[in-house]
Design a binder for this molecule. Structure first.
Ligand code: PMP
Length: 376
């Protein structure tokens, strides 16, 4: 009598619990975002099967290309806008400006986020930026300002021009517009966005069990925020920076000195570094990279030929169509997995899609590399 009643009570409670749990989880996974902003972050993670099988490790890619603006920079753009609103530097409902100097994904993310929140993105780019990128920024409603390429110490460098443009708008008493300089290289809002979102997501998706995190650094924001979060929770995690040719980060990590290769040789830097790869590599210690340095254990140099071979490998074997910086990340992750040996879990970032790189990286001719042979 009494035991049977208790048992059926427990059973009923379990059914109700299960029902509520399934309702809640299904609602979460089928939720409707209230706008583009609501789609930023919470990106999927994919097991890169081919690399996992060759190395007998678990190799996961965080699909940052699935953000609505196509890259991890959406997280930073959203955080910059939200922070500016919080301190009253952007006013919802006013067509205030967000200004940035960038030829990369940050401009695209800012353009998208500004459109969704009613602001105007002003993006300063070097005038050798590809026509496609300028067209994309303009299609997204950004005002594009082209300047002559110059070194970062030069007042004509696009970052300095952007800073000045924002200052001039704010100083001009004849207009009612506020302008925010996004300042992705120096602002702590950048690494904090990764510390509060990307890092915890990776931690949860890997079930708190990972041995290494590998990524490149363009501003240093991703590596700073993610590795700080991971190391606070898993002190043994190895953090490795993947670095393209011409970037000084590898030397900074390996030898403690950042050789400013391009500028020392008096070369005009067309992009950040002289490589097929876009979006990563640095020849100065930005505030975001400085934040990352205490957490970085090692660096891996990756040639253009190897990145290209990896990109072709990934599309052929895994159906993953990635951009150049993601390919660099995967080469470095693959090499680290081979060094660590079977049974380890490694996470890297798939920053953006190959479709952003069709005219340069994906148009380059594939060469035979050791990496390519090794991956067969
Ligand atoms: N990949 C791509 C395509 C990028 O545009 C960037 C940022 N410039 C990065 C990687 C590097 O990210 P972070 O700036 O956080 O170092």
């Amino acid at each position: 009598g009494r035991t049977a009643a208790a048992a059926s009570g427990i059973l009923a409670a379990a059914y109700v619990g299960l029902f509520l749990w399934r309702e809640w989880t299904s609602r979460r996974s089928f939720k409707v975002a209230s706008g583009v902003d609501g789609l930023v972050g919470e990106t999927a993670m994919v097991r890169i099967a081919s690399l996992s099988e060759i190395t007998q490790c678990e190799i996961y890619g965080k699909l940052e290309m699935c953000n609505p603006g196509g890259s991890a920079k959406d997280r930073v753009a959203l955080a910059v806008v939200v922070e500016a609103e919080r301190i009253g530097r952007l006013r919802p409902g006013h067509p205030d400006w967000v200004v940035e100097g960038t030829s990369g994904s940050t401009g695209i993310s800012l353009a998208v986020l500004c459109r969704s929140r009613g602001y105007v993105a002003h993006i300063v780019v070097p005038d050798d930026t590809s026509a496609e990128k300028v067209a994309l920024l303009e299609a997204l409603g950004a005002v594009v300002h082209k300047v002559r390429p110059a070194g970062i110490a030069d007042s004509g460098h696009y970052v300095n021009v952007a800073r000045r443009l924002a200052q001039e708008v704010n100083d001009d008493p004849s207009n009612d517009t506020l302008a925010v300089f996004a300042d992705q290289f120096e602002t702590p809002v950048n690494w904090r966005a990764h510390y509060t979102t990307t890092g915890p997501e990776i931690w949860r998706q890997a079930n708190g069990q990972l041995d290494a995190f590998v990524t490149g650094a363009g501003t240093g924001g991703t590596v700073a925020g993610v590795s700080r979060f991971l190391k606070e929770n898993l002190p043994h995690v190895q953090v490795v920076v993947a670095d393209p040719p011409g970037s000084g980060i590898y030397n900074r990590i390996k030898f403690g000195v950042m050789f400013d290769t391009a500028e020392r040789e008096g070369k005009r830097r067309r992009h950040q570094v002289d490589t097929l790869v876009e979006g990563i590599g640095l020849n100065r210690v930005t505030a975001n990279l400085a934040e990352a340095l205490p957490y970085i254990d090692d660096a891996e140099r990756v040639s253009d030929a190897d990145s290209l071979a990896m990109a072709h490998h990934l599309v052929k074997h895994d159906g993953l169509f990635v951009g150049s910086s993601s390919a660099v990340n995967c080469v470095a992750t693959y090499r680290l997995a081979k060094r660590l040996g079977p049974g380890h879990t490694l996470v890297t970032i798939l920053c953006d899609s190959g479709s952003r790189h069709l005219s340069k990286f994906w148009a380059a001719e594939l060469q035979d590399t050791e990496l390519l042979l090794d991956l067969k």
